[in-house]
Design a protein around this ligand. Sequence first.
Ligand code: ADP
Ligand code: MG
Length: 134
Amino acid sequence: MAEQTLGIIKPDAVKKRVIGKIITRIEEEGFDIVRMKMLHLTKEEAEGFYAVHKDKPFYAGLTDFMSSGKIIVMLLERDNAINHWRKVMGVTDPAMADSGTIRHSYGFSIERNAVHGSDAPKTAEWEIKYFFKK
Ligand code: ADP
Ligand code: MG
């Protein structure tokens, strides 16, 4: 059954000029790109999106980074979209990510890790609304 998730190409990957490579991979993995837009988040918008992490030591750095340049936000759809996109991205730290994953290929550090993906149905719904259905 088709499921939706939110994907983001983060500022490090946009600056690295690998938007095209990442989108090609998304299409090859069988996702439909239902909606897509390029944005430059304000610090406040980045803080809102990552509010779940507001007590983490990396929150300030993360929200500075996410508002430091343009991002691509995508509503992705396929069966098992949430878990499949997480698998294609790889784990949070690119140094630990399996070869062939996007974070292994294009991530720079545990913070600057190229892409975002929702982690569960509830968060996917909330994140999709945050960018597309407000
Ligand atoms: P994921 O994006 O894999 O779901 P988290 O939800 O735990 O990971 O964290 C959100 C984002 O915060 C990560 O993608 C990464 O950009 C950043 N981050 C996570 N952990 C750290 C850390 N220890 N130091 C710096 N940044 C981090
Ligand atoms: Mg997460």
